[in-house]
Design a protein around this ligand. Sequence first.
Ligand SMILES: [Zn+2]
Length: 236
Amino acid sequence: MRITLLTGKTFDIQKALSMDIKIIKSAKAKRLTLRIDAKERLPILTLPSRCSGKRAVAFVEEHRLWIEENLAKIPVAKRFENGEIISVMGKEYSINHCPQKRCGVMIEGHELIVSGAKEFLHRRLCDFIKKKAQEELLQKSQKLAKKINCHVNHVSIKDTKSRWGSCSSLDNINYNWRIALAPNFVIDYLVAHEVSHLLHQDHSREFWQCVKNLCPTAAKGRLWLKNHGKELYLYE
Ligand SMILES: [Zn+2]
């Protein structure tokens, strides 16, 4: 951006910085501020109208390290790829893209055969995994609910970025579709967790005891989610 200085001269901030940066000139801004736009993977500098270009450049230079560190921290979204090995509801499959076939997505032994154009591979697999997750998580939830004399009305698969599951007062359970990509003991923990909420709406001692009764390896599953959950969230 070329800004006009009070002296009437123009000054190119981006050129002076030799960095990709978005500059927003704001009459309301009282001071120079920097933030990172994670979606665009760009630093954004807000510039008060009475700020000189040189001061802006100096300000960004002072924060160059901060910018670089924070840009590097933005995770790269993942999409399923041909040849990738993924776990779906506790079973491992390798993705085999067969564009000429007309099967949609099909399981063949240890392979997930995906037909159609390459650009639809990720979406097709997501839809397949969500459907499979819905069926199997419903079964698992109903089975565990029976053990504590409860009933599950509905199981829905959600695409939230913040939670793995939730249980409503109407005995409906929601699961994040990405849980289908976790190992079996993790899925079992999450199901035990949500099913226990049918009985206890809190995270009390009694609640955790119920989780443990339904899933003796709950602690291990919970720890796995805490440590590796982020990796599953990378899938778009
Ligand atoms: Zn909970």
